[in-house]
Design a protein around this ligand. Structure first.
Ligand code: PLP
Length: 365
């Protein structure tokens, strides 16, 4: 492959579009005639104001974000949102969470520090291999919001249909599926995603929040850190303090790239097509099995196992030797996991499947 790169199936930080990396490289020492690198410039400079302004507008275009939603670039990753969301959105101190895997579990544990958490549905009984039926949840009247993790990165499940929140605000962690398919923002009160899964360099989360949910700091408990109030970020255009300028810049380049290839409808088709190569293989293989119930399979994270931990380890080692990296599954699921994010080309998945087919054929002998 070009530049001796390999097929990187990492769950995050993960693969970025080559075209974007090339453009970043070409502009590294002198960004568009500014005489400096984006890493070196003031976040208050005109040049950077243009970078962040375009990044926000391009994201708004891609997702058709309605005018009454704010886009915030915040540090602390997706993990800080596990705390910021209850800190800001719990008015009555009660929230409903759906437990579908490792990341929703972490969000639940964190939210419990700030109020009462009601787990209204869970797929724990089958090691989080499906999304529970959420068409008639028991949601108390005083619940402040309903929380889901829309793509469980470790367990490899995706929601096909959003829960019936009975009129409550829906909050969604889209970290590992952000911009992988069209999304009707108006269905949500708040959407967020750590960018290092599907968008750009680590160290930033993008929060899309309906304006009326942003409360005045005076209404929040006095112990809420200034940085952790959404209003701090919305009032200051994500520049209350120095933002992650580099991540904003590279994410912005990825947004431009996505617009250029035709937007999220096109991306969705490509992702469906790509994941099908992998799932078709798993469905006919006698050696490898997918771990997720078919209708909830993620297009972004594909866990699979042989059923024998030693053999799994052997396959991981063999793939690494053959130029496919980061296929080891998370310890809670075991086996292997192929993350097939936006930037993974279909050829990468085809090459991996060819390799696994050969491995399986030679193993039987
Ligand atoms: C990776 C991940 C997180 C945590 O992201 P950080 O940016 O490392 O804090 C949260 N939720 C999901 C779904 C993830 O995949």
């Amino acid at each position: 492959m070009k530049y001796d790169r390999i097929y990187n199936f990492s769950a995050g930080p993960s693969i970025l579009p080559e075209e974007v990396l090339e453009s970043v490289r070409d502009n590294l020492l002198n960004y568009e005639g500014s005489g400096m690198c984006v890493m070196e410039m003031s976040h208050r400079s005109k040049v950077f104001q243009k970078i962040i302004g375009e990044a926000e507008q391009d994201l708004r275009d891609l997702m058709n974000i309605p005018d009454n939603y704010k886009v915030l670039f915040i540090q602390g990753g997706a993990t800080l949102q596990f705390a910021m969301i209850p800190m800001n959105l719990m008015k009555n101190g009660v929230a409903c969470y759906v437990e579908t895997g490792a990341w929703s579990k972490k969000a639940i544990a964190e939210a419990k520090k700030y109020g009462e958490v009601k787990v209204v549905a869970s797929s724990k009984d089958k090691n989080y291999s499906y999304i529970p039926d959420c068409s008639n949840l028991d949601i108390p009247d005083n619940a402040d919001y309903v929380y889901i993790c829309e793509n469980e990165t470790i367990h490899g499940t995706t929601w096909q249909k959003l829960p019936d929140t009975k009129g409550k605000i829906l909050v969604s962690d889209q970290s590992s599926m952000f911009l992988s398919r069209p999304c009707n923002v108006a269905d949500y009160g708040l959407i967020y995603g750590g960018v290092q899964k599907n968008i750009g360099p680590a160290g930033m989360v993008i929060v899309i929040i309906r304006e009326d949910l942003i409360r005045d700091p005076e209404e929040l408990p006095a112990w809420v850190p200034t940085y952790c109030a959404f209003k701090t970020h919305s009032d200051n255009g994500s520049m209350y303090n120095t933002p992650n300028c580099w991540s904003i810049y590279v994410c912005g380049q990825v947004f431009k790239y996505l617009k250029k290839i035709g937007g999220l409808e096109v991306m969705d088709k490509m992702n469906i097509d790509k994941a099908k190569v992998m799932y078709d293989f798993l469905d006919q293989s006698k050696m490898f099995n997918g771990t997720v119930e078919k209708e909830f399979r993620s297009l972004m994270n594909i866990p699979f196992v042989t059923g024998d931990a030693d053999l799994d380890a052997e396959v991981v080692a063999a793939t690494k030797k053959a130029g496919f990296d980061n296929l080891k599954g998370h310890k809670s699921v075991g086996g292997l996991r192929a993350s097939t994010y936006n930037a993974m080309p279909k050829e990468g998945v085809i090459a991996l499947v060819e390799f696994l087919k050969k491995f399986e054929a030679s193993y039987k002998k």
